[in-house]
Design a protein around this ligand. Structure first.
Ligand SMILES: [Cu+2]
Length: 120
């Protein structure tokens, strides 16, 4: 009998923790896909994700170097798509129709440079 009540207490405790962990903040966030055609490798991807993470309201960033897209999850009341694009451009990479900052581009690794502007 004693072990039964212990089990019941344990179950109640676990279910209480489970309820406490349910948060609905995720629904306030927006996910956007940004085209980053000048990304070459994973090092570029890291540069972009660390730059975008510095933007206020950004929750997560994942850059796919092969597909050349950045998926950004952010709080739309704090960040805007334009501010995300600007952060990427300031890191030296094109973002959608926002052209990269040329000065920042000069500073990135030699192997990461790609002249897309001439191809267009
Ligand atoms: Cu690179």
């Amino acid at each position: 009998m004693k072990s039964f009540s212990w089990l019941l207490t344990a179950m109640l405790t676990l279910s209480t923790i489970g309820v406490g962990q349910t948060k609905k903040t995720e629904s306030d966030l927006q996910t956007v896909m940004i085209k980053v055609p000048t990304v070459v490798c994973n090092s570029c991807a890291k540069t972009i994700s660390s730059a975008v993470k510095k933007v206020e309201g950004v929750k997560s960033v994942s850059v796919d170097a092969e597909k050349k897209v950045a998926m950004v999850k952010y709080n739309p009341t704090k960040a805007t798509l334009a501010s995300l694009e600007k952060a990427i451009a300031d890191a030296g990479y094109n973002a959608n129709d926002t052209k990269r900052n040329q000065e920042a581009y000069e500073k990135i690794s030699e192997c990461c440079k790609i002249d897309v502007d001439e191809e267009e």
